[in-house]
Write a protein that binds this ligand. Structure first.
Ligand SMILES: [Zn+2]
Length: 94
């Protein structure tokens, strides 16, 4: 599998992702994340999945924190993304 995508960017991105989803990030960082996700299928899928998860949480509680199980799975995803045999289609699902 040849993937020229610099996955270290993914990991940097994920470090900011919870702030991004809480809308606590500045505009520049938000743009970086959105731009990256447009070019990275793995991150696009992660972002979409997280957004959906958070939307579901918001329907249940007025101001929910991101569940710890989500950040735990996120860490597992990051580990997968960094792995040479990473495959976005089969590896990323909650
Ligand atoms: Zn990425």
């Amino acid at each position: 599998m040849t993937d020229p995508h610099p996955h270290h960017q993914c990991i940097e991105m994920f470090a900011k992702l919870s702030e991004y989803l809480d809308q606590e990030l500045d505009d520049i960082s938000c743009h970086e994340i959105e731009k990256h996700a447009q070019n990275c299928q793995a991150c696009e899928v992660c972002l979409a999945t997280l957004r959906r998860t958070i939307e579901l949480c918001k329907q249940m509680e007025p101001t929910p924190p991101i569940p710890s199980s989500v950040s735990h799975r996120l860490k597992q995803m990051i580990a997968k993304i960094g792995h040479p045999s990473f495959n976005a289609k089969s590896s990323l699902h909650f």
